[in-house]
Design a protein around this ligand. Structure first.
Ligand SMILES: CC(C)(COP(=O)(O)OP(=O)(O)OC[C@H]1O[C@@H](n2cnc3c(N)ncnc32)[C@H](O)[C@@H]1OP(=O)(O)O)[C@@H](O)C(=O)NCCC(=O)NCCS
Length: 188
């Protein structure tokens, strides 16, 4: 039986923007949001962090968030394996992004005490993650992709794809042009 290291507190996570590695001028951190390892977190210009979101930096890898990014209420973003979020990304409430997982070292070693494997997640610019979705370690979400509510994303998602379900499957590709409105649908 391997020796188990006693658990240690991760601290309060009380946000202190001055401790972030970098952030833009316009930054909103709503009440209840927590930020861990701010020294390894870079936030771009105009970033919104919703109520009770947990922004879990890590002592090693970095979390990088682009410009004009909305992080919804109650999100859990974990950067153990490294997390990169492009610009103009919307992340709905209660989205989880995970970047590490425990290995399996046989049945005699509890999974909790197996070595951690790191697997970075990249969220492409202009993409949108629906409420309650889960993005699993090692996944790359393409530019402009749309992830449906409640999806569990286990594989890379191509640019401009719309995916949904658990595991997330391709529903369709986003159209290049806006849908043409019929005459009775226009306001003029
Ligand atoms: C995924 C999504 C973009 C699909 O929209 P759409 O292209 O208009 O798709 P439709 O509504 O025509 O549905 C197409 C099929 O996918 C299914 N589907 C749609 N959304 C789904 C979802 N989130 N999970 C599972 N299946 C879904 C529909 O039931 C339908 O299946 P069917 O053909 O068997 O009836 C949309 O449903 C969605 O989940 N948007 C996210 C909204 C959100 O969370 N926004 C964040 C707000 S801050």
């Amino acid at each position: 039986m391997r020796t188990v290291t006693p658990f240690r507190s991760h601290g309060t996570g009380t946000p202190d923007p001055t401790r972030l590695r970098a952030h833009g001028q316009s930054l909103v951190i709503e009440p209840g949001a927590l930020i861990f390892h701010p020294e390894n977190i870079r936030l771009g210009e105009n970033v919104y962090i919703g109520h009770n979101a947990i922004i879990k930096g890590y002592h090693r890898n970095e979390m990088t968030v682009g410009d004009n990014v909305w992080i919804g209420q109650g999100c859990f973003l974990h950067a153990a394996g490294g997390l990169t979020i492009g610009s103009n990304v919307g992340i709905g409430p209660n989205v989880s992004i995970i970047t590490s997982l425990h290995g399996e070292e046989g049945r005699t070693v509890p999974i909790l005490f197996s070595d951690l494997k790191m697997a970075p997640v990249i969220i492409g610019a202009d993409s949108d993650i629906g409420v309650g979705a889960t993005i699993l370690p090692g996944v790359m979400i393409g530019k402009g992709a749309l992830v449906g509510a409640g999806a569990v994303v286990t594989h890379d998602i191509p640019d401009y794809a719309v995916v949904a379900g658990s595991p997330a499957r391709l529903l369709r590709m986003r159209p290049e042009q806006p849908k043409q409105l019929l005459p009775h649908q226009t306001s003029g």
